[in-house]
Design a protein around this ligand. Sequence first.
Ligand code: UDP
Length: 325
Amino acid sequence: MILITGGAGYIGSHINKLLNQNGYETLVLDNLSKGHKDSVKWGEFVDCDLGDEEALNDVFNTYDIEGVMHFAAFSSVAESMEEPEKYFKNNFENTLTLLKVMKEHRVYKIIFSSTAAVYGIPEELPITENTLLKPINPYGESKLMVENRLSDEAEFTPLKYVSLRYFNAAGADFDCEIGENHNPESHLIPLVLDAALGRRKSISIFGDDYETRDGTCVRDYIHVNDLAEAHLKAYQYLEQDGSVSDIFNLGNGTGFSVKEVIDVCKEVTGVDFEVKIEGRREGDPDFLIADADKAWRILKWTPKYDLNEIVESAWAWHQKLHGKK
Ligand code: UDP
């Protein structure tokens, strides 16, 4: 079976569903510090902290684990600036424990959930896997430290890995069984949908003086189901004899500004709401746009969903989550 650490979280739960639909057995491991038990609707579940080596050893002794998809991590950039130690402990040190236990049990396949935050403020666009790695916050730094560790391990042990650098994950399961539910929420689309639902009075745009077409930041939004599909393909790639460890960007290759995202949300929801312009948020680059050509060439992965479908699925889920449908 495949072990999914952090499988009760937003992205991990979508992959859990897809793996089960494709005939894989899964074991979700989560300490439920951020994830939700009711998002674990497929496979088996174990409540365990990745930092607890003994408990992790028990898990590997009890279940027949053939590979790992590793999502368990803190993922708020702002929080990482305030409490960096927490990020290095949870995201990096706990991954070292996971790798140690994997090695002891001869489990040599891992898909790692990385991020575009490893690039910091990119020096070229679109961003390829060879763009300079220069994270500007502890969150991105902690993910890059894991990537580097994986690369070392793969050189000196039988471990094979794929690191997937996501751009802006968004959207939800089209059956509305699972979706985004962070507490507190900091991501643009769910916050805008909160405004559409009347759960907040307005939405704030963090800065309209960027060097972009309308002054607001441009991001590459990718549907969570497209991400899930990429994980499945990456895992199948690792299952092939002769495949080598690798790193891939996952994005749509198209950028949308904050204002454009808000407009699409207004159109999809049919609700108008107040939009305020506020000061810049620290550490936001003007543009983040992926060149995901390598994932196409090697994994034969290409995204299926556009921003409209992302917002439509997120809106259906958001209404259900907050009891409005
Ligand atoms: N953003 C915004 N208002 C909000 C939340 C986010 O203007 O209430 C902007 C943010 O500054 C960034 C973009 O929306 O330019 C996407 O932010 P998000 O936090 O969703 O993802 P990130 O790009 O930080 O991973």
